[in-house]
Ligand binder design. Structure first.
Ligand SMILES: C[S@@+](CC[C@H](N)C(=O)[O-])C[C@H]1O[C@@H](n2cnc3c(N)ncnc32)[C@H](O)[C@@H]1O
Length: 387
Protein backbone atom coordinates (compact mmCIF):
# COMPACT_ATOMS: atom_id res chain seq x y z
CA UNK A 1 0.00 0.00 0.00
CA UNK A 2 1.31 3.43 -0.92
CA UNK A 3 1.39 6.46 1.41
CA UNK A 4 1.19 10.22 0.72
CA UNK A 5 4.92 10.47 1.50
CA UNK A 6 5.80 7.68 -0.97
CA UNK A 7 3.53 9.28 -3.60
CA UNK A 8 5.17 12.65 -3.18
CA UNK A 9 8.69 11.19 -3.19
CA UNK A 10 7.78 9.27 -6.38
CA UNK A 11 6.54 12.54 -7.91
CA UNK A 12 9.98 14.09 -7.21
CA UNK A 13 11.92 11.03 -8.41
CA UNK A 14 9.97 10.97 -11.69
CA UNK A 15 11.42 14.43 -12.50
CA UNK A 16 15.03 13.40 -11.80
CA UNK A 17 17.41 12.77 -14.71
CA UNK A 18 21.19 12.91 -15.26
CA UNK A 19 20.77 16.61 -16.16
CA UNK A 20 18.26 17.36 -13.40
CA UNK A 21 19.75 15.93 -10.20
CA UNK A 22 17.67 14.80 -7.23
CA UNK A 23 18.88 17.57 -4.91
CA UNK A 24 17.87 20.21 -7.49
CA UNK A 25 14.39 18.74 -7.98
CA UNK A 26 13.94 18.45 -4.21
CA UNK A 27 14.93 22.09 -3.64
CA UNK A 28 12.46 23.14 -6.35
CA UNK A 29 9.67 20.99 -4.92
CA UNK A 30 10.25 22.20 -1.37
CA UNK A 31 10.81 25.81 -2.44
CA UNK A 32 7.47 26.02 -4.22
CA UNK A 33 5.38 24.59 -1.37
CA UNK A 34 5.14 27.07 1.51
CA UNK A 35 2.86 24.68 3.41
CA UNK A 36 5.57 22.07 4.02
CA UNK A 37 6.93 22.27 7.57
CA UNK A 38 10.50 21.33 8.47
CA UNK A 39 9.51 17.80 9.57
CA UNK A 40 7.70 17.15 6.27
CA UNK A 41 10.61 18.58 4.27
CA UNK A 42 13.03 16.30 6.08
CA UNK A 43 10.78 13.25 5.56
CA UNK A 44 10.47 13.96 1.82
CA UNK A 45 14.22 14.49 1.44
CA UNK A 46 14.86 11.32 3.45
CA UNK A 47 12.52 9.25 1.24
CA UNK A 48 13.98 10.52 -2.05
CA UNK A 49 17.55 9.97 -0.91
CA UNK A 50 16.72 6.53 0.56
CA UNK A 51 15.42 5.61 -2.91
CA UNK A 52 18.78 6.46 -4.52
CA UNK A 53 20.79 4.96 -1.65
CA UNK A 54 19.06 1.58 -2.07
CA UNK A 55 18.44 2.03 -5.80
CA UNK A 56 20.18 -1.15 -6.97
CA UNK A 57 18.23 -3.29 -4.49
CA UNK A 58 14.83 -2.19 -5.82
CA UNK A 59 12.64 -4.15 -8.22
CA UNK A 60 12.37 -2.06 -11.38
CA UNK A 61 9.06 -3.71 -12.32
CA UNK A 62 7.43 -2.16 -9.23
CA UNK A 63 5.69 1.21 -9.46
CA UNK A 64 7.78 4.11 -8.10
CA UNK A 65 5.81 4.64 -4.85
CA UNK A 66 6.22 0.96 -4.06
CA UNK A 67 9.95 1.17 -4.66
CA UNK A 68 10.14 4.20 -2.34
CA UNK A 69 8.45 2.15 0.39
CA UNK A 70 10.86 -0.75 -0.21
CA UNK A 71 13.83 1.65 0.06
CA UNK A 72 12.49 3.14 3.30
CA UNK A 73 12.07 -0.37 4.66
CA UNK A 74 15.67 -1.29 3.74
CA UNK A 75 16.87 1.95 5.36
CA UNK A 76 14.99 1.13 8.56
CA UNK A 77 16.42 -2.39 8.70
CA UNK A 78 19.94 -1.14 8.03
CA UNK A 79 19.73 1.72 10.56
CA UNK A 80 18.55 -0.74 13.23
CA UNK A 81 21.35 -3.21 12.42
CA UNK A 82 23.96 -2.53 9.70
CA UNK A 83 24.89 -6.23 9.71
CA UNK A 84 21.36 -6.99 8.44
CA UNK A 85 22.70 -6.14 4.95
CA UNK A 86 25.50 -8.51 3.96
CA UNK A 87 28.91 -6.91 3.22
CA UNK A 88 28.97 -8.66 -0.20
CA UNK A 89 25.63 -7.06 -1.09
CA UNK A 90 26.89 -3.62 -0.04
CA UNK A 91 30.03 -4.03 -2.16
CA UNK A 92 28.00 -5.16 -5.18
CA UNK A 93 25.05 -2.77 -5.00
CA UNK A 94 25.76 0.40 -2.97
CA UNK A 95 27.76 1.99 -5.80
CA UNK A 96 28.78 1.02 -9.36
CA UNK A 97 31.52 -1.67 -9.40
CA UNK A 98 33.89 0.51 -11.48
CA UNK A 99 33.63 3.22 -8.80
CA UNK A 100 34.43 0.84 -5.96
CA UNK A 101 37.42 -0.39 -7.96
CA UNK A 102 38.76 3.18 -8.13
CA UNK A 103 38.96 3.49 -4.32
CA UNK A 104 42.06 2.40 -2.37
CA UNK A 105 41.25 1.50 1.22
CA UNK A 106 43.99 1.12 3.82
CA UNK A 107 42.42 -2.11 5.17
CA UNK A 108 39.48 -4.46 4.41
CA UNK A 109 37.85 -3.19 7.63
CA UNK A 110 38.05 0.38 6.33
CA UNK A 111 36.36 -0.73 3.10
CA UNK A 112 33.42 -2.25 4.98
CA UNK A 113 33.18 0.76 7.32
CA UNK A 114 33.07 3.03 4.25
CA UNK A 115 30.36 0.96 2.53
CA UNK A 116 28.24 1.03 5.67
CA UNK A 117 28.76 4.76 6.03
CA UNK A 118 27.54 5.27 2.45
CA UNK A 119 24.16 3.77 3.38
CA UNK A 120 23.51 5.97 6.44
CA UNK A 121 21.65 9.26 6.29
CA UNK A 122 24.32 11.99 6.54
CA UNK A 123 25.08 14.24 9.50
CA UNK A 124 24.40 17.98 9.33
CA UNK A 125 27.41 20.14 10.23
CA UNK A 126 27.62 23.83 10.94
CA UNK A 127 30.56 26.19 11.25
CA UNK A 128 29.98 29.00 13.72
CA UNK A 129 32.27 31.99 13.41
CA UNK A 130 35.01 31.49 15.97
CA UNK A 131 33.93 34.44 18.09
CA UNK A 132 30.35 33.14 18.38
CA UNK A 133 30.99 29.39 18.70
CA UNK A 134 29.83 29.08 22.31
CA UNK A 135 26.80 31.33 21.93
CA UNK A 136 25.66 29.52 18.75
CA UNK A 137 25.91 26.15 20.53
CA UNK A 138 23.72 27.55 23.31
CA UNK A 139 21.23 29.21 20.96
CA UNK A 140 20.69 26.21 18.63
CA UNK A 141 20.64 23.77 21.57
CA UNK A 142 20.70 20.48 19.65
CA UNK A 143 24.37 20.45 18.80
CA UNK A 144 27.31 18.19 19.59
CA UNK A 145 31.02 18.52 18.80
CA UNK A 146 32.55 16.02 16.36
CA UNK A 147 33.85 12.67 17.50
CA UNK A 148 36.55 11.86 15.03
CA UNK A 149 37.84 8.35 14.58
CA UNK A 150 40.75 9.43 12.42
CA UNK A 151 43.59 6.99 12.20
CA UNK A 152 46.45 8.94 10.70
CA UNK A 153 46.08 12.58 11.53
CA UNK A 154 45.53 14.70 14.55
CA UNK A 155 42.52 16.96 14.80
CA UNK A 156 43.63 18.79 17.92
CA UNK A 157 43.80 21.53 18.87
CA UNK A 158 41.95 23.59 16.31
CA UNK A 159 40.12 21.85 13.45
CA UNK A 160 37.24 20.40 15.35
CA UNK A 161 37.02 23.22 17.82
CA UNK A 162 34.17 25.22 16.28
CA UNK A 163 32.47 22.56 14.12
CA UNK A 164 29.12 21.42 15.49
CA UNK A 165 26.81 18.62 14.44
CA UNK A 166 23.20 19.80 14.42
CA UNK A 167 20.66 17.20 15.48
CA UNK A 168 17.62 19.39 16.15
CA UNK A 169 14.35 19.76 14.27
CA UNK A 170 14.63 23.39 13.06
CA UNK A 171 15.14 24.71 9.55
CA UNK A 172 18.54 26.31 10.14
CA UNK A 173 18.21 28.63 7.14
CA UNK A 174 15.43 30.37 9.09
CA UNK A 175 17.46 30.79 12.29
CA UNK A 176 18.19 34.43 13.23
CA UNK A 177 21.84 33.52 13.83
CA UNK A 178 22.10 32.18 10.26
CA UNK A 179 20.51 35.32 8.81
CA UNK A 180 23.05 37.40 10.74
CA UNK A 181 25.89 35.29 9.26
CA UNK A 182 27.05 33.98 12.64
CA UNK A 183 27.21 30.43 11.33
CA UNK A 184 27.34 28.62 8.00
CA UNK A 185 26.12 25.18 7.07
CA UNK A 186 29.39 23.53 6.09
CA UNK A 187 30.43 19.90 6.14
CA UNK A 188 33.04 18.91 8.70
CA UNK A 189 35.47 17.71 6.00
CA UNK A 190 35.25 21.11 4.27
CA UNK A 191 35.96 22.80 7.58
CA UNK A 192 39.06 20.65 7.99
CA UNK A 193 40.33 22.02 4.66
CA UNK A 194 40.32 25.53 6.14
CA UNK A 195 42.24 24.31 9.19
CA UNK A 196 44.74 22.47 6.99
CA UNK A 197 45.42 25.78 5.21
CA UNK A 198 45.95 27.44 8.63
CA UNK A 199 46.21 30.95 7.15
CA UNK A 200 47.68 33.72 9.32
CA UNK A 201 46.16 37.20 9.69
CA UNK A 202 49.31 38.70 8.17
CA UNK A 203 49.19 36.54 5.01
CA UNK A 204 47.91 36.89 1.46
CA UNK A 205 45.94 33.89 0.18
CA UNK A 206 44.36 32.87 -3.10
CA UNK A 207 41.23 30.70 -3.00
CA UNK A 208 41.49 29.79 -6.68
CA UNK A 209 38.24 27.80 -7.07
CA UNK A 210 36.19 29.66 -4.50
CA UNK A 211 32.73 28.85 -5.87
CA UNK A 212 30.16 30.45 -3.57
CA UNK A 213 32.85 31.06 -0.98
CA UNK A 214 32.33 28.32 1.62
CA UNK A 215 36.05 28.06 2.22
CA UNK A 216 36.81 31.74 1.55
CA UNK A 217 34.57 32.65 4.48
CA UNK A 218 36.27 30.11 6.69
CA UNK A 219 39.74 31.37 5.73
CA UNK A 220 38.54 34.90 6.45
CA UNK A 221 37.35 33.89 9.92
CA UNK A 222 40.61 32.04 10.63
CA UNK A 223 42.52 35.19 9.58
CA UNK A 224 40.42 37.31 11.93
CA UNK A 225 39.16 39.31 8.92
CA UNK A 226 42.72 40.54 8.36
CA UNK A 227 45.28 39.94 5.58
CA UNK A 228 43.90 39.49 2.06
CA UNK A 229 42.18 36.63 0.22
CA UNK A 230 41.86 36.68 -3.54
CA UNK A 231 38.73 34.64 -4.28
CA UNK A 232 38.38 33.54 -7.90
CA UNK A 233 36.06 31.30 -9.86
CA UNK A 234 35.10 30.88 -13.49
CA UNK A 235 31.39 31.31 -12.64
CA UNK A 236 30.61 34.96 -12.04
CA UNK A 237 27.21 34.02 -10.56
CA UNK A 238 28.93 32.06 -7.80
CA UNK A 239 31.06 35.10 -6.96
CA UNK A 240 27.84 37.12 -6.58
CA UNK A 241 26.61 34.58 -4.02
CA UNK A 242 29.97 34.75 -2.25
CA UNK A 243 29.63 38.54 -1.94
CA UNK A 244 26.15 38.14 -0.45
CA UNK A 245 27.37 35.55 2.07
CA UNK A 246 30.43 37.62 2.94
CA UNK A 247 28.18 40.63 3.55
CA UNK A 248 26.07 38.57 5.94
CA UNK A 249 29.17 37.27 7.75
CA UNK A 250 30.79 40.75 7.81
CA UNK A 251 33.87 39.34 6.07
CA UNK A 252 35.78 42.14 4.39
CA UNK A 253 39.31 40.87 3.77
CA UNK A 254 38.67 39.41 0.30
CA UNK A 255 38.60 40.42 -3.37
CA UNK A 256 36.29 38.41 -5.63
CA UNK A 257 37.43 38.24 -9.26
CA UNK A 258 36.46 36.05 -12.20
CA UNK A 259 39.23 33.71 -13.40
CA UNK A 260 38.71 30.97 -15.95
CA UNK A 261 41.36 28.63 -14.59
CA UNK A 262 43.70 29.22 -17.53
CA UNK A 263 47.38 30.24 -17.68
CA UNK A 264 46.59 33.99 -17.54
CA UNK A 265 46.45 34.62 -13.81
CA UNK A 266 44.03 37.14 -12.30
CA UNK A 267 46.82 39.14 -10.59
CA UNK A 268 50.60 39.55 -10.42
CA UNK A 269 50.41 39.19 -6.61
CA UNK A 270 52.57 36.45 -5.09
CA UNK A 271 50.88 34.46 -2.37
CA UNK A 272 51.76 33.01 1.02
CA UNK A 273 49.13 30.38 0.39
CA UNK A 274 47.02 29.09 -2.48
CA UNK A 275 44.03 26.81 -2.02
CA UNK A 276 42.95 24.84 -5.09
CA UNK A 277 39.58 23.37 -4.05
CA UNK A 278 39.29 21.84 -7.47
CA UNK A 279 36.22 20.75 -9.43
CA UNK A 280 35.89 17.00 -8.92
CA UNK A 281 33.58 14.02 -9.30
CA UNK A 282 32.17 14.53 -5.78
CA UNK A 283 32.44 10.80 -4.95
CA UNK A 284 33.13 11.88 -1.36
CA UNK A 285 29.62 13.34 -1.17
CA UNK A 286 27.81 10.16 -2.24
CA UNK A 287 26.40 9.57 1.23
CA UNK A 288 24.75 13.00 1.17
CA UNK A 289 23.89 12.93 -2.52
CA UNK A 290 23.27 9.28 -3.50
CA UNK A 291 21.70 10.08 -6.88
CA UNK A 292 25.15 11.10 -8.13
CA UNK A 293 26.35 7.48 -7.71
CA UNK A 294 24.26 6.56 -10.73
CA UNK A 295 25.12 9.42 -13.11
CA UNK A 296 28.92 9.73 -12.87
CA UNK A 297 31.02 7.99 -15.54
CA UNK A 298 34.66 6.91 -15.73
CA UNK A 299 35.13 9.40 -18.55
CA UNK A 300 34.03 12.22 -16.21
CA UNK A 301 36.72 11.15 -13.75
CA UNK A 302 39.45 11.11 -16.40
CA UNK A 303 38.46 14.57 -17.63
CA UNK A 304 38.29 15.99 -14.11
CA UNK A 305 41.73 14.61 -13.21
CA UNK A 306 43.19 16.44 -16.22
CA UNK A 307 41.52 19.71 -15.12
CA UNK A 308 42.79 19.25 -11.54
CA UNK A 309 46.36 18.79 -12.71
CA UNK A 310 46.06 21.81 -15.00
CA UNK A 311 44.74 23.99 -12.16
CA UNK A 312 47.72 23.02 -9.98
CA UNK A 313 50.04 23.76 -12.92
CA UNK A 314 48.54 27.19 -13.48
CA UNK A 315 48.22 28.32 -9.87
CA UNK A 316 51.53 27.27 -8.28
CA UNK A 317 53.40 29.92 -10.30
CA UNK A 318 51.86 32.56 -8.05
CA UNK A 319 53.48 31.20 -4.86
CA UNK A 320 56.06 33.26 -2.97
CA UNK A 321 59.22 31.36 -2.05
CA UNK A 322 58.21 29.46 1.10
CA UNK A 323 54.53 29.77 0.11
CA UNK A 324 52.14 26.81 0.49
CA UNK A 325 49.92 25.23 -2.16
CA UNK A 326 46.97 23.23 -0.80
CA UNK A 327 45.04 20.86 -3.07
CA UNK A 328 41.58 19.74 -1.93
CA UNK A 329 38.89 17.63 -3.61
CA UNK A 330 35.66 16.19 -2.23
CA UNK A 331 36.39 12.89 -3.90
CA UNK A 332 38.39 9.82 -2.96
CA UNK A 333 38.99 8.17 -6.35
CA UNK A 334 42.61 7.19 -6.98
CA UNK A 335 42.62 9.07 -10.31
CA UNK A 336 41.71 12.45 -8.73
CA UNK A 337 43.80 12.07 -5.57
CA UNK A 338 47.07 10.16 -5.33
CA UNK A 339 47.53 9.97 -9.12
CA UNK A 340 47.17 13.76 -9.50
CA UNK A 341 49.54 14.33 -6.59
CA UNK A 342 52.17 11.92 -7.90
CA UNK A 343 52.08 13.42 -11.39
CA UNK A 344 52.29 16.98 -10.04
CA UNK A 345 55.05 16.21 -7.53
CA UNK A 346 57.11 14.41 -10.19
CA UNK A 347 56.93 17.46 -12.46
CA UNK A 348 57.84 19.91 -9.66
CA UNK A 349 60.94 19.09 -7.66
CA UNK A 350 61.00 22.76 -6.60
CA UNK A 351 57.88 22.06 -4.50
CA UNK A 352 58.33 20.02 -1.35
CA UNK A 353 55.39 17.87 -0.14
CA UNK A 354 54.11 19.05 3.22
CA UNK A 355 52.39 17.03 5.96
CA UNK A 356 48.97 18.27 7.02
CA UNK A 357 47.24 18.38 10.39
CA UNK A 358 50.11 16.68 12.21
CA UNK A 359 49.67 13.76 9.84
CA UNK A 360 51.24 10.64 11.26
CA UNK A 361 51.91 8.85 7.96
CA UNK A 362 54.25 10.16 5.22
CA UNK A 363 52.90 13.18 3.42
CA UNK A 364 54.10 12.43 -0.09
CA UNK A 365 50.75 11.26 -1.45
CA UNK A 366 48.41 13.43 0.60
CA UNK A 367 45.77 12.79 3.23
CA UNK A 368 42.38 11.10 2.89
CA UNK A 369 39.52 12.28 5.10
CA UNK A 370 37.30 9.20 5.15
CA UNK A 371 33.52 9.54 5.59
CA UNK A 372 33.45 6.70 8.14
CA UNK A 373 36.12 8.36 10.26
CA UNK A 374 34.47 11.78 10.33
CA UNK A 375 30.77 11.01 9.80
CA UNK A 376 31.09 13.62 7.05
CA UNK A 377 31.96 13.92 3.37
CA UNK A 378 35.04 12.14 2.07
CA UNK A 379 37.81 14.50 1.00
CA UNK A 380 41.42 14.39 -0.03
CA UNK A 381 44.09 16.95 0.72
CA UNK A 382 47.69 17.44 -0.29
CA UNK A 383 50.09 20.33 0.20
CA UNK A 384 53.47 21.54 -1.03
CA UNK A 385 55.84 24.32 -0.04
CA UNK A 386 57.81 26.25 -2.64
CA UNK A 387 61.45 25.77 -1.74
C1 LIG B 1 34.62 22.24 -5.46
S1 LIG B 1 33.95 23.65 -6.16
C2 LIG B 1 34.47 24.91 -5.06
C3 LIG B 1 33.75 24.96 -3.75
C4 LIG B 1 34.14 26.15 -2.93
N1 LIG B 1 35.57 26.27 -2.77
C5 LIG B 1 33.48 26.11 -1.57
O1 LIG B 1 34.15 25.83 -0.57
O2 LIG B 1 32.28 26.38 -1.51
C6 LIG B 1 34.97 23.91 -7.55
C7 LIG B 1 34.81 25.24 -8.22
O3 LIG B 1 35.74 25.28 -9.28
C8 LIG B 1 35.17 26.02 -10.34
N2 LIG B 1 35.78 25.56 -11.58
C9 LIG B 1 35.40 24.57 -12.36
N3 LIG B 1 36.26 24.40 -13.37
C10 LIG B 1 37.17 25.34 -13.22
C11 LIG B 1 38.30 25.69 -13.94
N4 LIG B 1 38.67 25.01 -15.03
N5 LIG B 1 38.99 26.73 -13.51
C12 LIG B 1 38.63 27.43 -12.39
N6 LIG B 1 37.56 27.14 -11.66
C13 LIG B 1 36.86 26.09 -12.07
C14 LIG B 1 33.71 25.73 -10.31
O4 LIG B 1 33.01 26.83 -10.85
C15 LIG B 1 33.45 25.50 -8.83
O5 LIG B 1 32.88 26.65 -8.26
Amino acid sequence: MSTPLAQRAAHVIAQVSPDTPADFVLRREIGTDPDLDSVEKRALTGAVFAFFRWFAWLDTTDALPRRVLAALDLQKRFDADPAAIKPEALAALALPPWALASLDFPTPEARLAYLRQLQRPPALWIRPQREFAASIARALRHTTPPEVRAANFNLTPSPASTALRYTGPSDLFKAEEFKKGLFEIQDLASQIVGHACAPLPTETWWDACCGEGGKTLHLSDLMGNKGVIWATDRHTGRLATLRKRAGRAQAFNYRAVTWNGGPFLPTKTKFDGILVDAPCSGVGTWQRNPHARWTLTETDIRELAAIQLQLLENTHKALKPGGRLVYAVCTITRQETTEVVRAFSAAHPELEPLPLLEQTTPAADGLFLWPHELDANGMFLAAWRKK
